[in-house]
Design a protein around this ligand. Structure first.
Ligand code: SF4
Length: 221
């Protein structure tokens, strides 16, 4: 396992590689971000970004979305995986924003996870990107990269990955680290073809060294 200092050395290298790392879901306000993050579960940001302009044009506020019949919401998000459930969730979520939060997106994790379709990861993305509250959302990229680098234990749960990162990374770097890990996992240390041969972190990466020694290991998780 990488200690605190080596972990931060790894992140410094990632920050240098992806200084522009940022959330890629298009949005103009916290309501749009919340809905976009709910839609992005098990779907790509690209597919969500293709659908949301028309969705938000039709339903620009929680009021409009809560009032809309499902038959009008579904066609707007049909290109996104699990769209039927997601349509129900975003409509119910909009209704709950109206009923319990005065039509505003709440700014605490406890309140956010009380909304339909919102788990801890979604809440953390909204806290960090909409409100600047320090949070680390653990998605598939964050989990894979931190385990490959042995920043976290291989058998750590998603919640344990989050806890470990919160211990090893200073709080003012949580949001930046979250975005950087996602860029690093999406564009460099990818699931199927990590670019170990040109990776500046190879000297501290057990997984990378194993892959370089034996290319048959390329598809190790
Ligand atoms: Fe990922 Fe390979 Fe770099 Fe390790 S050496 S962080 S596995 S790209």
């Amino acid at each position: 396992m990488l200690g605190k200092q080596r972990t931060m050395e790894a992140f410094e290298k990632m920050y240098e590689m992806f200084p522009e790392a940022h959330g890629e879901l298009q949005h103009k306000n916290p309501y749009e971000l919340l809905i976009a993050v709910i839609l992005s579960a098990q779907a790509t940001d690209v597919s969500v970004n293709k659908a949301t302009p028309a969705l938000f044009e039709a339903f620009p506020t929680p009021e409009a979305l809560a009032k809309a019949p499902l038959e009008e919401i579904i066609p707007k998000i049909k290109t996104i995986g699990l769209y039927r459930n997601k349509a129900k969730n975003i409509k119910a979520c909009a209704q709950q924003l109206l009923d319990q939060f005065g039509g505003q997106v709440p700014q605490t994790r406890e309140e956010l996870v009380s909304l339909p379709g919102v788990g801890r990861k979604t809440a953390n993305v909204v806290l960090g990107d909409a409100f600047g509250v320090p949070a680390i959302a653990v998605d598939t990229h964050v989990e894979r990269v931190t385990k490959r680098l042995r920043i976290c234990k291989l058998d750590a749960s998603v919640q344990e990955v989050e806890q470990t990162l919160m211990k090893k990374v200073p709080e003012d770097l949580w949001v930046k680290t979250h975005h950087t890990l996602i860029f690093f996992g999406r564009y460099h240390c990818t699931a199927r073809s990590p670019r170990c041969e040109v990776c500046p972190l190879l000297d501290m990466c057990q997984d990378g060294k194993m892959r370089m020694k034996n290319p048959a290991n390329k598809h190790l998780k």
